[in-house]
Design a protein around this ligand. Structure first.
Ligand code: MG
Length: 479
């Protein structure tokens, strides 16, 4: 279905797409004139290599914007080395293990990659300059995460069993997700704590940031089943699928994937869904609006994707994705804690409703959805907590300029609603005008109008008069 048709069939998503286009709501616009040429190049690299995160990263609070951008680009460079199958292992493994050291080697670049994002490696000297301009605390986080992730990637690259058979246990699955996503969550959380944009709970409960990374990664793994299988790899752990099928290759057979394949999906969905309460608790402890948005957007996308892939045989046929308009709507909802809770409640309920009684894990899923819905009820943000991440002027996080920007954003939203209301009223007025010109009878009294709204009105008389007017006009136009 075309994108335009999709939007027309979902007017609420059309409105969201329009609102995002017309009022992008940027609290802290980048001031490119004050940036160095190298920093501008780093943002270009971000735009070139990140389809989903570039915009929301650039909208971050200035305290974190450069640090998180550089963090993203460095990890993109590392991932490019890992993904490039043309680099021989004896060259790739040492490069992955020492990638963190390159951050301090001024002028270092790498030109031996054939990957689509190789430009990051080719321009890495600029990234190094800007990395060294960051506050030392942020540098330390980026270097540490790069080192641990690079070593994890190197371990998987030389593990021939992993390459051949995929993952065995849920523990292996969690460990893999930890290396590719959990570590990113840890790095971002440490930055949130350094900037005082996150509460101390994030430090006390590391399981919360772990859940953030794992929830995203596991949802992607479930969704990308077919694409990964076509690339001769698989990340579904044997422990979760072996009760239902003898080999994951069986899941290319429609007879199997429309029955037992769906049971495998339920296992995988339950495994991911169990992380939801921790994800919500993590988000409750982010106190700065742009960081909240940055953390919440991928999570609302993930729960919507999980609902889409659950009990959906198309996962075994193609790469399923949420509609672009829906993504816009979710991005807007991810601005506030209340919006995020609403999204999680909606999609948990949808999964709950689509649970199938014949599925061997029907009961487990019933109980889990019930628990999550209960968690959401108990922790649902009240009106007060809606503003908790918008501190008053002078407080940490937002200065008076930023508060003014926030007020401007609210005004812009009101303008949009005003414009929609004006369009609706104009259309209504136009229709009444046309009806009057065609001879409609507006002589009924105010009492009649009240009776119409009460439901026991002389509606028939009104309808008859309108019908007569339309009939008359048709007759006249025919003549
Ligand atoms: Mg990779």
């Amino acid at each position: 279905m075309g994108k335009i048709t999709e939007l027309l069939l979902h007017p609420d998503e059309f409105q969201a797409a329009l609102q995002m286009k017309l009022f992008p709501s940027v609290l802290y616009p980048r001031d490119e004139a004050s940036e160095s040429a190298d920093l501008r190049r780093c943002y270009e690299l971000l735009n070139l290599t990140s389809r989903s995160f570039a915009a929301v990263i650039q909208q971050l609070h200035p305290e974190l914007r450069d640090a998180i951008s550089i963090f993203y680009i460095v990890l993109r460079g590392l991932d490019t080395v890992e993904d490039d199958m043309t680099i021989p292992l004896d060259k790739k493994v040492p490069l992955l293990r020492t990638f963190n050291e390159k951050l301090y080697e001024k002028g270092w670049t790498f030109h031996g990659s054939k990957e689509k994002d190789r430009v990051v490696l080719e321009d890495f000297d600029k990234v190094i300059i800007e990395f060294l301009n960051l506050k030392p605390d942020y540098q330390k986080v980026i270097e540490d995460i790069t080192k641990r992730m690079g070593n994890g990637m190197a371990d998987y690259a030389i593990d021939s069993n992993f390459a051949r058979d995929g993952l065995e246990t849920v523990k292996d699955y969690d460990l893999y997700c930890y290396y590719v996503a959990g570590l990113v969550g840890e790095g971002l959380t440490r930055m949130a704590i350094i900037s005082h944009f996150g509460t101390s709970v994030l430090e006390e409960k590391p399981e919360l940031h772990l859940a953030m990374g794992l929830f995203l990664q596991k949802t992607n793994i479930i969704r990308d089943f077919r694409e990964d299988l076509d690339d001769n790899r698989t990340f579904y752990p044997r422990e979760l699928w072996s009760h239902h099928v003898s080999s994951l290759k069986d899941l290319t057979d429609p007879k199997i994937y429309t029955t037992k394949g769906l049971h495998v999906l339920t296992e995988m969905t339950i495994n991911a869904l169990e992380l939801v309460p921790k994800v919500l608790e993590y988000l409750d402890n982010i106190e700065e609006p742009t960081l909240f948005r940055f953390c919440a957007i991928p999570q609302v996308m993930a729960i919507a994707t999980l609902e889409l892939v659950f009990n959906n045989q198309h996962v075994f046929e193609t790469n399923v994705k949420i509609r672009r308009g829906l993504a816009c709507k979710l991005i807007l909802l991810a601005r506030t804690p209340k919006g995020v809770y609403d999204v999680f409640r909606l999609y948990t309920q949808k999964i709950h409703q689509r649970n199938v009684a014949t599925d061997p894990n029907y009961l487990r899923l019933e109980i889990l959805c019930g628990k999550i819905e209960q968690y959401i009820e108990q922790h649902y943000p009240n009106e007060k907590s809606l503003t908790k991440n918008v501190p008053p002027p002078g407080a940490a996080g937002l200065d008076s300029k930023s508060v003014a920007a926030l007020q401007r954003e609210t005004q812009e939203s009101l303008m949009l609603y005003g414009a929609v209301a004006f369009a609706a009223l104009s259309t209504c007025g136009l229709m009444i005008g046309v009806a009057y010109l065609l001879g409609a009878d507006f002589s009924y009294s105010l009492t009649d109008v009240i009776l119409i709204f009460k439901g026991d009105a002389p509606v028939r008389r009104v309808v008859r008069s309108a019908t007569e007017a339309v009939t008359k006009s048709i007759i006249h136009s025919d003549l």
